[in-house]
Design a protein around this ligand. Structure first.
Ligand code: ZN
Length: 136
């Protein structure tokens, strides 16, 4: 059995941005020769989030627009009395900062259109993504 911890870094370029990190995760799985097991992907940040969905340009705009509409960056949030990013903390709290996926036959168990997406909510920033693996 392998227990493995690794990290990758992702640089965002916008305040709110959907970034496809599937390729980096798949490369890591191949490099480390993970065959079967459980993969945990975690962003150790309070203003970024991880989700799984389609990475289609229209949908990416829809996700970004929805986040702005729901979590209004210039809203009257209490946290904005001491910081300027309450919207980012709120969206991160709702979406969550980690995902757990299965690895089967050296591949992540994702559907045809599913990608692993980091959503930057208060960029641009350099973000750390922790990757854990338990398996063979
Ligand atoms: Zn804050």
């Amino acid at each position: 059995m392998k227990v493995f911890n690794e990290e990758i870094n992702v640089q965002s370029t916008k305040r709110i941005q959907v970034i496809d990190i599937t390729g980096q995760i798949l490369s890591l799985i191949k490099e480390r020769d993970f065959k079967n097991g459980v993969l945990v992907i975690n962003v150790p940040h309070t203003t970024a989030t991880i989700t799984i969905n389609e990475y289609e340009s229209g949908l990416v705009k829809d996700i970004t627009n929805l986040l702005i509409e729901l979590f209004k960056p210039d809203g009257p949030w209490e946290h904005n009395k001491i910081d300027t990013n309450a919207h980012a903390h709120l969206a991160s709290s709702i979406i969550g900062n980690s995902r757990c996926l299965l690895v089967k036959n050296c591949n992540v168990s994702l559907g045809t259109w599913q990608k692993i997406l980091l959503i930057e909510l208060d960029g641009p920033r350099r973000r750390r993504v922790d990757i854990g693996f338990i398996g063979e």
